[in-house]
Write a protein that binds this ligand. Sequence first.
Ligand code: ATP
Ligand code: MG
Ligand code: MG
Length: 545
Amino acid sequence: MSENKDFLRTIAEEDLATGKYKEVITRFPPEPNGFPHIGHAKSICINFGIARDYNGHCNLRMDDTNPTTEDMRYVEALKDAVTWLGFTWNGEVRYASDYFPKLYDYAVALIKMGKAYVDSLNEEEIKAYRGTVTEAGRRSVYAQRSVEENLDLFARMRAGEFQNGAHVLRAKIDMNASNMKMRDPLLYRIRHAHHFRTGDSWCIYPMYDFAHCLSDYIEGVTHSICTLEFENNRELYDWVLDALELTPPRPYQHEFARLGMNYTVMSKRKLLELVKGGYVNGWDDPRLPTIAGYKRRGYTAESILNFCEQIGIAKANSMVDVAQLEFCIRDDLNTKVPRVMCVLDPLKITIENYEGEEEIDASYYPHDVPKVGSRKLPFSKEIYIERDDFSENPPSGYFRLTPDQPVRLKHAYILTCKEVVKDENGNIVEIKATYHPESKSGADTSGIKVKSAIHWVSARHAKEVEVRLYERLYKVDAPEGLEDLNPDSLHVIPRAFAEPAVVCEKPDERFQFERQGYFYADPIDYTDAKPVFNKIVGLKDSWNK
Ligand code: ATP
Ligand code: MG
Ligand code: MG
């Protein structure tokens, strides 16, 4: 491994060197209650990446212990995300729910050891008895129940004899512990609810702190990597595994800082609210920070992997600038995708001294990109340019076409404005111009100086395409909720004009539209009759400009 490896890899290496483990086994343990987001990508890169680097393996485990929020659709989305990022899980997908019988047996074992009891306080009482950080807790009277009584009650809980909330199973640890998680934590609760995999076979469900460490143990996981907010749970993680006196080796938990990104919400609860409320168009809306959203928008898996590598693994929480992710996709596409022309807001130009048509051989790549390839670019008497590439009364520093200033048409000729045609309201509807025959790109002997080159398309040959432009979903850098949504995050341009080469032969095509940004043929809505392109990212950071 490289010199400056992260602290998790340092731990993994030490554990291999000391013989604590023969192999590094990790897991990625999402709860299937929503689509995975860019934060999950970080966790995927860490867990699968470390396993790969040390020739171990990583399991994909659904942490499906909460029957009311989970769904098979989310399992599929999680599998898609891991696969798309280029990782392979070990064997079959695992489910914590497959371990329910084993977890039940472990709970019975704890009861028999006198380390767990059935408590019959209600929720408020449990909370009140727990005390506070500054105030000792009180143990429930039910903690004195005999092992026999506990075994009987727990079996009847499982058999469905009691209502939700009537009893819980708790670990008997320490009601005065400074770590609140250790004050006789709940291990099981009654929940009469249908589970998407186990159906109605269970009406008691294990709590996270009981299910997670044991699922790790059952799978032979060595390094259980999670985010920092579980730091206080580590003591309980250890307690459960130690209390059961399990055959070694056992896993250990290590925490890293979760990814937070400005202008972005990542909580699945908040993402679900956006999807359910129709604020976005489904989980794969290109404005969402979901893996499905990035994929549909046209991000490459490489760009996300590079991003995860760049942000690194730290032990302290921090906020990453979303511009860094945008940099990664731009950087990836810069040398990969062909550059073509598309006019989003057309202004018609009639070139009065041009007759007929021609095809220009135009390179797809600039000189500094080590790729070859070109297309035939049609040129004719009527072209479209971008409306704001002409200015009748230009501000100073305006380098494009004006009544007095010629401009170069990229790959083609220099153009001079002759007449501005307006409608009765004074809106410019057309420009009449002339071209300079001896100014052709690559063979320019005209001697005319221009200050810039603009993109254009031949009107007759242009294809109509729909272009979807995305702005940030939130207008503030630390969004909390719906009130922070950017009302203008989606602009649809139903009729943009693209040169013929832009029309895709195959799905999964990306282009740079010269001077506009990077675009992706929408994998769902694109048809030959109606091509649709998503803007992936602009050419440079235009935020706060
Ligand atoms: P959220 O609160 O966004 O819904 P979660 O932590 O509840 O996320 P899980 O499905 O339980 O989501 O997460 C699966 C794994 O991904 C966990 O190990 C979790 O620590 C990790 N993870 C989730 N969000 C992030 C994040 N923002 N950065 C890094 N890792 C994350
Ligand atoms: Mg979770
Ligand atoms: Mg969550």
